[in-house]
Design a binder for this molecule. Structure first.
Ligand SMILES: [Zn+2]
Length: 293
């Protein structure tokens, strides 16, 4: 809870100091490639429901974190199973669903966001399974769910998850090296800043919905510099649905019935967010599920 209070205060105070400095400085123009801010106008002919990108974490040679189960199941399997269930539920509600992957394949982190941008999506949801730091006193004991939005990592624990999820980049043969450059990070972070509030609101809703069904502790809304969220210029969250390193939670995460409950909570949160967002901005996020323009 304390973290949330700090977060709200930080958001109200504006950006972190680095961002403030950058904002005051004259913005470099020609040298910095920035994506277009305005979303393209949608073609009238297209049926315009809200559009959601569901991103199953990892895939292919990038198995993600361990799942303390049978030695075979990896994070990438659980994330795909849950992501497909979320998508199925949202599709049934008239949401236009786009997956970054629907099978066991590697998609570069930067491409996941690009997929979302090209699709002109309204929100981006990335599904992951957490792993305890082996240096913790009792790593197997760590349990619970947390939702991240893109911003500078604020705590050591957030940095741990950031490093872990960004690790995927080493599986990519042609990874964008500029993503390692702190300046380009800050500039892209500024682009993302307009979605900070939206993304943190969305993350709050996800946590609240998950708290109703998840047996693990609510670890709260957190912020970190995830590469996968860096390139998605829309409200974007990354959900860690539980710890694969905790044997009880690993079993929970692998259960089809529990996966369905988790998926429903994430789908409900997405629908709730889209409805709220639509009310606030007057419909530019597409029509609410089940309604027509
Ligand atoms: Zn992951």
């Amino acid at each position: 809870m304390l973290l949330e209070v700090m977060l709200v205060a930080a958001l109200q105070a504006g950006a972190h100091p680095a961002q403030r400095t950058m904002r005051e400085a004259p913005k470099p123009r020609a040298s910095v490639k920035t994506p277009a801010r305005k979303r393209p106008v949608r073609k009238v002919s297209r049926k315009t429901g809200p559009r959601v990108v569901i991103d199953a974490g990892h895939g292919g040679p990038d198995g993600g974190g361990p799942i303390q189960l049978n030695g075979k199941t990896r994070e990438k399997d659980i994330t795909l199973q849950v992501a497909l269930k979320v998508g199925e539920l949202l599709s049934a509600r008239g949401v236009d669903v786009i997956y970054t992957r629907t099978r066991d394949t590697l998609i570069a982190l930067a491409d996941r966001g690009k997929i979302a941008n090209q699709a002109n999506a309204d929100v981006f949801v990335s599904i992951h399974v957490n792993a305890a730091n082996p240096h913790w006193r009792d790593p197997e004991a760590a349990r619970g769910f947390e939702t991240y939005f893109l911003a500078e990592a604020k705590t050591e624990d957030a940095r741990r998850v950031e490093d872990m999820e960004n690790e995927s980049v080493r599986f990519e043969a042609d990874a964008d090296v500029s993503a390692n450059d702190p300046l380009s990070f800050i500039l892209r972070d500024m682009e993302q800043n307009q979605y900070l509030r939206e993304s943190s609101d969305f993350a709050e809703i996800v946590q609240r919905r998950l708290a109703r069904i998840h047996p693990g502790p609510n670890r709260g809304v957190k912020q970190a510099g995830f590469r996968v969220l860096l390139t998605a210029f829309m409200p974007a969250v990354l959900v860690e649905i539980g710890f694969g390193t905790n044997p009880t939670e690993a079993q929970y995460l692998a259960s089809q019935i529990k996966q369905q409950q988790i998926a429903r909570a994430v789908a409900d949160a997405t629908t709730e967010y889209l409805e709220r967002y639509q009310r606030r901005v007057g419909g530019s996020a597409g029509t609410a599920p089940g309604t027509h323009e």
